[in-house]
Structures are given as structure tokens and as C-alpha cells.
Design a protein around this ligand. Sequence first.
Ligand SMILES: [Fe+2]
Length: 210
Amino acid sequence: MNATFTRFDHSQADDWREIDLHFRDYREGVVDRVVAHLLRLEGDTHGYPVDRYTHCLQTATRAERAGADEETVVCALLHDIGDDLAPDNHAEIAAAILEPFVDPLNLWMIRHHELFQGYHYRHFYGLDRHARDDYRDHPAYPRTVRFCDEWDQTSFDPDYDTLTLAHFRPALERVLGRPPFEGAGLPEVRNASAEPSPGIDTRNRHPKST
Ligand SMILES: [Fe+2]
């Protein structure tokens, strides 16, 4: 059953209860859709030695073998998932997917990894390879340097023993299956006259992520 309105300002609470049921089902399938999108990165290498799919898997493999925690490994797995949709600011795609489920420092790491990775190539374009050092006092600086230097920029090796997506799927399910926004959760649909519920306003959900 679908909601009956044709414009939001005609909607009633029952409409939103119906939509909410669909939404909760739909969000359950997010891991399948994320996996499907990772698979879209398979094939074209865009001139690199490996395609982005292999690069994502290899980055996650290196992170795992270096002893990174599960959340960091999943960040590595998804860090370039937005390359095809947003080639000029792809990190924002991964950050948006991960934001509800990961530590603010890991979120910052993913959001800034393009600039930090640039240490390894920006000078070939006449740009400042040390631009990342503007953030040297940020608490996520060390982990972002490590992410790029040890796992990301090294993961273009077609001969590396890269783990499969099936290997990472359980970790992906666990991390993306966490209660979003540190348990703030989804609000319940109420009648319009009900008092606003405290604690579900996520506008300031990550005060540490500056
Ligand atoms: Fe990368």
C-alpha cells in the first residue's frame, strides 16, 4: 500500500507510517546496494594498473593485515566507492555512506583522504604535496597519513594477494548494521499534535567532527 497524498502538505500521520514501513525495509538492503555499487567499479582501470574494485579490496586487505580494527577495514573497503559518481569529490560519497556508523575521526579520515593521498602525486601537477600538513594538529591527522601512506597509495599492485569481497562482507554487514548515529535511531511517526521528541535531532550528531 502507498501513501495517498500527492503533495506533502496534504499528508497525514498514517501516510508517514506507511512510508516508514517501506523505508525500514529498504534500509535493510543497504549492504546489498553498497556491494552492487562496489562491483560497478570492476573493469575499467582508467589508466591505473588495477581497477578501482581491486584497489578498494587491496586497500582493505592491507589495512586488515596491518591489524586495523574492523571499522577501519570497512572504511578502507569503501573509501573510493564514489569514484564513478563523483570523480572530482569522490570521498564525500564514502563519507556519506559511513557517517551514521563510524567514529568521527574515521569519518574525517575518509572525507580528507584525497588531499592526504595527494602527497604522493600532487607535485606532478605543480601542486603542493605538503598541503595535508595544514591539518597536522588535527586528531585524525596521524591515522589519515597512515591510511594513505601504508594502505591506499600502495594498493595498485595486480600481483598482490588481495582478499575477496566475500571475505569482507560480514564486516561490512556488522558496521553498516550498527544503530545509526550512535543509537539516536529513527524517530517514530506520531500524530502532528504530539510533542517533539528529544534526542533525535541529528544536526549536531558528531560535535567532534570539525
Ligand atoms: Fe584509494
